[in-house]
Design a protein around this ligand. Sequence first.
Ligand code: SF4
Ligand code: SF4
Ligand code: FES
Length: 427
Amino acid sequence: MVTLTINGKKVKVKENATLLEVCRKMSISIPTLCYHPDLSPHGSCRLCSVEISKEGRSRMVTACNYPAQDGIKVETHSKRVLQTRRVLVELLLARCPNAPLLQKLAEEVGVKSHPFSTMASDNDCILCGLCIRTCRELVGANAIGFSMRGTQRKVGTPFEVASERCVACGACEYICPTGAIKMEMDRIRKVRNSDTGTLRCCRYMRMGLINFMVCSNGFECWRCEIDQMMEDRFGTHPIFALKPAKEKEPLSVNGFTFYPELFYSEGHVWGKASDQWVRLGLDEMASLLTLKADGLHLPAVGTGLKKKEVLAEISASGKKAKILSPLSGVVSAVNREVVENPSLVWRDPYRRGWLILLTPDHPEEISKLLSGFKAKDWYSKQTSNLLDHILKRASNSSLNGDILENANLREILRGKWEKLVKFVLGE
Ligand code: SF4
Ligand code: SF4
Ligand code: FES
């Protein structure tokens, strides 16, 4: 814990909290444009600027990415802060004079006009980067980015060519605060038909959120009942509701990624609970089993699973490994992407490599799974045993860093698949 003073009030807060998080908890309003709680902070709009001082020296910092520190004094509405915010809004207005969001903001901070020559861009993009981070961090597609510099800076696909990575999910359009990103129908149709010929895959199927759905609405999502159902169920774009297990920075445990906020079973299945269901996947150690998998079988949607029944079957060269369910419940969704491409499980075990969504019969069972420090201790023992027993002949130097980044180690593990199954699953 650290102690700091905000607007004259002493507070004790968690070490890694940002000033913005602390201020919001204290109900202090700070304007933001490029911040979103589900995305990594970008610090580009600088609208959240606050003044901090320590040992008589003061400076401006952006609250959304500045960590709370012992002994600092923070002013969120000093004369200097308010003046800085006004100038920033003036600059943004010079770029996008017609964006309603900026006009509203200008009114709030008392800006009536701006002294800068207008360098209006051809759309209302304020370069907040929310669309880019959404595509990269939540969708996992990484289809768009910034290009050019200065007043020419803009968002787009590499070389302005339609990106093959784009799954036309619409999350970028959804998150854009100014409406600058518009999904174009001909582009959507092209993207969604691109790898499936005339089979018109629904965007939620491409995102792995529903099992199989052919679009009968010409991709006009706004008149589709599935889209309506998703909106009713989640109240937001589903990629935000089902955001991957990425709320916090992961830990590295013996070179394996570990998320302390997830639940874990001793059968190496992780679980992430939401109001309606639990998302299940394989932890990074068990994801090694898919290194040489040639098949991955998951139960169909609607299947009732009892605790310890088979949740996933991984096959490799005619041999099978069975992953057991840590909970009882009904399968609500299956990740088709991993069925078609099992290597996604080891490539991205906590995000795009999830397996199923389960509506649990007894939600209270979730809290009986391993979590927090207990889970970390268990995972640490498991991974350290794995390194000792399976990788004992690999040189120490090759065991540094992320295990799965290392092609040599992957090769060794592929060659020891059956031993790995016995070790990981105790079969
Ligand atoms: S539609 Fe989805 S995948 Fe395509 S650029 Fe936008 S967020 Fe990325
Ligand atoms: S297109 Fe929208 S979300 Fe993307 S950087 Fe511009 S304003 Fe932000
Ligand atoms: S919200 Fe902090 S820099 Fe944009």
